[in-house]
Design a protein around this ligand. Structure first.
Ligand SMILES: NC(=O)c1ccc[n+]([C@@H]2O[C@H](COP(=O)([O-])OP(=O)(O)OC[C@H]3O[C@@H](n4cnc5c(N)ncnc54)[C@H](OP(=O)(O)O)[C@@H]3O)[C@@H](O)[C@H]2O)c1
Length: 259
C-alpha cells in the first residue's frame, strides 16, 4: 500500500548532517513538513533555509525530557506526526577493555535508547495520526557482528526492538520499519579506511539511503538493506556460517574500525 506524503508531518532525528540531512531534504521535496532534529542548531537552520518545508528543532536524543518536549511541541505546533525517522547515531570506537566502557555506553545510549525514547514519546501521536510509519535507521552491522562491538550491539538491539514493535504496533495503524545501510560516506563515518582498500567502490552516498527511506515509507516493508546486495552476507551468516565467519574475519582485518 503506497503512502501519500503530501501535506503530512515527518520528524527526522540526526538531521544536521549525512543521511538525516539528505532524508529531511528528500521528504520536504515530497511535500512533507519535516521537523529536523539534532544538537547543532546552526546546521539545522542552514538546512531549513535551503529547503522550504523543513523546520529546525534542537534536541539531544539521550535526554528523555528533551525528547518528550519535542513530541509535545510537534503535537501543539503541527497537530500530527505521520512519519518518525530515528536516524541520530554515532559510530563508536573499538572495544578492548575498561577504558572503552564510557564510549560503549554512550554509543548504546544514542543509537538504541535514543530511538526507544523517541518511539515512547511519539507513540500516542503516531497512533492518533495513523496510518503512520516509524523508520529506524539501523545498519548492516546490526545483522552482522563486524566492526566496533558496541556499535554492532546497539544496531542488533535496534533490529530486535523494531521487529517486536513492528508486530505489536501494527494493529494501532503504526508500521515500524528497519532500514539497514551499508558503508556510506558521511561526517561521522568517513570510511577513510575502507576507501584505501579494493572495497572502496562499495561506499555509498547519503542520498542513496534517503531514497531508500522514501521507498520504505511508501511500501511499509518491515526490513530493508541498502544497497540490497548486502543481504547476501546476512543470508550467508545463517545458511553457511563457517563461510560467513571466514569472509567477515578477513573484512574486519582489511577495514578495521568503521570510523
Ligand atoms: N554512514 C554509514 O556508513 C552508516 C551505515 C549504517 C548506518 N548508519 C547510521 O546512519 C545514521 C546517520 O549516520 P550518518 O552516517 O549520517 O552520520 P553523521 O553524518 O555523523 O550524522 C549523525 C547525526 O546524528 C546526530 N546526533 C548524534 N548524536 C545525537 C544526539 N545525542 N542527539 C541528537 N542527534 C544526535 C548528529 O547531529 P548533532 O551532532 O548535530 O547532534 C548528526 O546529525 C546513524 O544512526 C548511523 O549509525 C550509517
Amino acid at each position: 500500500m503506497s503512502f501519500d506524503t503530501q501535506g503530512k508531518v515527518a520528524v527526522v532525528t540526526g538531521a544536521s548532517s549525512g543521511i538525516g540531512a539528505a532524508t529531511a531534504a528528500r521528504l520536504a521535496r515530497l511535500g512533507m513538513t519535516v521537523v529536523a532534529v539534532a544538537r547543532r542548531a546552526e546546521r539545522l537552520e542552514e538546512l531549513a533555509a535551503a529547503h522550504p518545508g523543513i523546520v529546525p528543532y534542537t534536541a539531544d536524543v539521550t535526554r528523555t525530557e528533551e525528547v518528550d518536549a519535542l513530541a509535545a511541541w510537534v503535537e501543539q505546533t503541527h497537530g500530527a506526526c505521520h512519519v518518525l525517522v530515528n536516524n541520530a547515531g554515532v559510530g563508536g570506537g573499538s572495544f578492548s577493555g575498561r577504558d572503552d566502557l564510557d564510549d560503549a555506553v554512550r554509543t548504546i545510549d544514542v543509537n538504541l535508547l535514543g530511538p526507544i525514547r523517541c518511539m515512547a514519546a511519539f507513540a500516542a501521536l503516531l497512533e492518533a495520526s495513523a496510518p503512520a510509519r516509524v523508520v529506524n535507521i539501523g545498519s548492516v552491522a546490526g545483522k552482522l557482528g563486524v566492526g566496533p562491538a558496541a556499535y554492532a550491539a546497539s544496531k542488533f538491539g535496534l533490529v530486535g526492538f523494531s521487529e517486536a514493535t513492528g508486530f505489536a504496533w501494527a494493529s494501532r495503524g503504526v508500521t515500524v520499519c528497519e532500514l539497514n545501510p551499508g558503508f556510506i560516506e558521511t561526517e561521522g563515518f568517513t570510511q577513510s579506511q575502507i576507501k584505501r582498500t579494493p572495497l572502496a567502490g562499495v561506499v555509498g552516498r547519503p542520498e542513496d539511503v534517503a531514497r531508500a527511506v522514501h521507498d520504505v515509507i511508501d511500501s511499509g516493508v518491515a526490513e530493508r538493506t541498502v544497497p540490497r546486495w548486502y543481504r547476501a552476507f546476512v543470508v550467508t551468516r545463517h545458511v553457511a556460517t563457517p563461510l560467513y565467519r571466514a569472509v567477515a574475519g578477513r573484512m574486519e582485518r582489511a577495514t578495521g574500525s568503521r570510523e
